[in-house]
Design a protein around this ligand. Structure first.
Ligand SMILES: Cc1ncc(COP(=O)(O)O)c(C=O)c1O
Length: 375
């Protein structure tokens, strides 16, 4: 079969499954209000952040020029690592070029052939792919937030080591992991807890410090967090955080860190400025959280743990129709349908960014309240 024949057959398969994906290039200034993205605090276009990106590029260059262990570690990287660690209360931090790369690096570096991985059913694709890359002997996908199942699997394991993977604020469901219970169980069964704080940083917890800090787990040497700079911080890049020993291990063994060019100076400078703004302006995370709480309450949804609202729909067709109706009203929202949702439930996913006015939020709520949902 020629490559073109094979590609055409795959295209037909995708079309028949209703899974054809397309790019939708956005203009620099869209008339639509973006509730599908993750720029929770509006920092992606904040003039202070874009100026910091431009300044960093002028001072440090357009790229880092090499991988971090060669000559690609800039003082700017070290500064951001120190400030991220300080902000989240962790001992140490290590930047990666994306949150995706951070998850790949952490899971592959912290597991070996005698490790059991227990992953929540709703973790992000980067953690799923990390499991595929890891050489762990056994991978168990536990029910979402099912602490009893995690306990059962850990307590009956035959492997010497175990790693549990969760998100602190789930990216599609918008709910929180029961971190205190999970950390207690991990402590009891000598397992490492890896917490992806991609959707918590800058929004959830004390002044946006995330839910690991809020749960009093920042000092725990068996808790490792990952995060992305591409959501609330409006930039690009990722990081792993934990004890100095974990970070030292990662920089020696995480292949997605070692064999990857250092984070671009513009992205680093932008994230640093955003972090300083979040620290100095705690009203931003507070507004995003309050708005999400008010919107989820008006829509009789479970309380949002961060800035993500997840609206279950009766059918994939209803979800698509509501997404189109909201676009007619000027709001872009995300739409998740089977099989890309692990529990088969179609959902609209929308965020409550800090910059959304009360009037705009009320319009979104009115529109959504009028459609039949699977609530
Ligand atoms: C939960 C979660 N983890 C990791 C990532 C990956 O982060 P990045 O976009 O920086 O690669 C994302 C989003 O893309 C995410 O939602």
């Amino acid at each position: 079969m020629t490559l073109d024949d094979w590609l055409a057959a795959r295209r037909v398969d995708r079309a028949q499954a209703g899974l054809t994906r397309q790019l939708h290039p956005q203009p620099a200034r869209s008339p639509l209000i973006d509730l599908a993205g993750n720029d929770y605090l509006g920092l992606r276009t904040d003039p202070r952040v874009t100026a910091a990106a431009a300044d960093a590029a002028r001072i440090w260059g357009a790229g880092a020029g090499a991988s971090r262990l060669v000559t690609g570690t800039l003082e700017l990287h070290s500064q951001l690592e120190a400030e991220l660690a300080r902000f989240t209360g962790r001992e140490s931090a290590l930047l990666f070029s994306t949150g995706y790369a951070a998850n790949l690096g952490v899971v592959t570096a912290l597991t070996d052939r005698d490790t059991l991985i227990v992953s929540d059913a709703h973790v992000h694709a980067s953690l799923v792919d990390a499991c595929r890359l890891a050489r762990a002997t056994r991978i168990v996908v536990a029910g979402h937030n099912d602490v009893a199942e995690v306990t059962r699997v850990l307590s009956t394991r035959t492997q010497a080591r175990a790693v549990v993977l969760v998100e602190s604020v789930y990216s599609v469901l918008g709910d929180a992991a029961p971190l205190p219970e999970l950390a207690r169980i991990c402590g009891a069964f000598d397992a490492v807890l890896v917490v992806d704080e991609a959707h918590a940083l800058g929004v959830a917890g004390r002044g946006g410090r995330g839910l690991v800090e809020a749960a009093g787990l920042s000092h725990r040497r068996d808790v490792v967090s990952t995060l992305t700079l591409s959501k609330s911080l409006g930039s690009q890049g990722g990081a792993a955080l934990g004890s100095g020993a974990v970070i030292e291990h990662l920089l020696n063994t995480a292949r997605s860190f070692i064999y990857d060019t250092g984070l671009a100076p513009a992205a680093t400078g932008a994230a640093l400025e955003s972090l300083r703004i979040v620290t100095a302006e705690p009203e931003r995370p507070r507004r995003a959280l309050d708005l999400a709480a008010a919107m989820s309450s008006s829509l009789t949804l479970p309380p949002a743990a961060g800035s993500v609202l997840s609206v279950p729909m009766r059918s994939p067709a209803d979800a698509l129709r509501s997404q189109a109706e909201l676009a007619d009203e000027g709001f872009l929202v995300g739409c998740f349908r089977p099989p890309s949702v692990p529990d088969g439930i179609s959902r609209l996913r929308l965020t409550a960014p800090a910059g959304l006015s009360d009037e705009q939020a009320a319009r979104v709520v009115r529109q959504l309240a009028a459609v039949p949902t699977g609530r």
